[in-house]
Design a protein around this ligand. Structure first.
Ligand code: SF4
Length: 301
């Protein structure tokens, strides 16, 4: 453990803070976190946190979700400008317009969205819960926002429902091409291809497994296979190499790096704890509306 990591641990106890880190954070941050997980696991941890402060090492929408689910806590985001390109693609007004076009449809919102957009939705979902939630909704028609690729994946798994999509996407996952899958397979013929449902459907179709980051990690852990081509952010490849050294993981494309997720450094986490920055503060109306959508998601697991 480095001296900065030791300082963070000491300060965390002194300030009664809980540190949560997403799988896409750098390994030195993951090492000092109390919990490392995907956005759903982090939301659940935040909801039941006993500490007075939650430091969310991830991007803004994750810290917003922590605040919405546990409003009495101080929630801090170490990198103030760590946003999400997908979340920024959709506005509350666009959600209202879609609802007006399809008044009998439920609005299902991927958690990679702002609090204001969640507040206009009926229920949230994560990539690990989206299929289950879509199946269990009483409505036969679903407006899926904002990720068109996760939406297409859910629609393929839930053919009994009718879906309407918003054309949002994650630039990191959406940029991967079927050609890159073929090239990676050629370079590593014994490897299985595991991709995130934020990848395009034609990439998903060429994969051996499609799942959330947590599901990909579970798959690698439990598979008798030794080699894997990973079609999600580089942090998952680094985590496999660190925690499962007996397995070989190759990144599907060198471009799969989310710069927003890498904005916070270990020094930023120390600064954040020391000075109590950057605190998440949301308007009451947004908090209330978004809480309904998020709490419904958490209760449906
Ligand atoms: S990987 Fe994509 S969806 Fe995830 S935080 Fe980065 S930009 Fe947003």
């Amino acid at each position: 453990m480095t001296s900065i990591q030791e300082k963070i641990i000491a300060l965390k106890h002194k300030k009664n803070a809980l540190i949560l880190a997403h799988f896409y954070q750098t390994m030195d941050i993951q090492e000092i976190a109390d919990h490392v997980g995907d956005s759903f696991e982090l939301a659940k941890c935040a909801q039941t946190a006993q500490q007075s402060t939650i430091v969310l090492c991830g991007v803004r929408f994750m810290a917003e979700s922590a605040k919405i689910l546990n409003p009495a806590k101080t929630v801090l985001l170490p990198a103030q400008d760590a946003g999400c390109s997908m979340a920024d693609m959709i506005t509350p007004e666009q959600v209202k317009r879609l609802r007006a076009e399809h008044p009998d449809a439920a609005v299902m919102c991927y958690v990679n969205s702002s609090a204001a957009v969640k507040a206009e939705s009926d229920i949230c979902c994560t990539s690990s819960s989206a299929v289950r939630i879509a199946r269990s909704l009483p409505q036969k028609r679903i407006i899926f926002i904002p990720d068109q690729n996760l939406g297409a994946y859910v629609a393929s798994q839930v053919p009994e429902k009718e879906f309407f999509f918003f054309q949002g996407f994650c630039p990191i996952h959406h940029a991967v091409t079927p050609q890159e899958v073929m090239e990676a397979k050629k370079a590593h013929p014994k490897a299985l291809v595991l991709v995130h449902p934020e990848c395009k459907i034609e990439v998903q179709e060429r994969a051996d497994f499609v799942g959330s980051t947590a599901a990909i990690l579970n798959y690698v852990q439990n598979s008798p296979n030794k080699e894997f081509i990973i079609g999600t952010e580089v942090g998952i490849v680094q985590r496999i190499r660190k925690t499962m050294p007996q397995k070989s993981a190759y990144l599907l494309s060198d471009r799969m790096i989310c710069l927003n997720m890498k904005k916070a450094s270990i020094e930023d986490v120390l600064y954040c704890l020391k000075h109590g920055v950057y605190e998440i503060d949301l308007p009451q109306a947004e908090m209330k509306g978004a809480y309904q959508s998020l709490a419904r998601m958490v209760s449906m697991q």
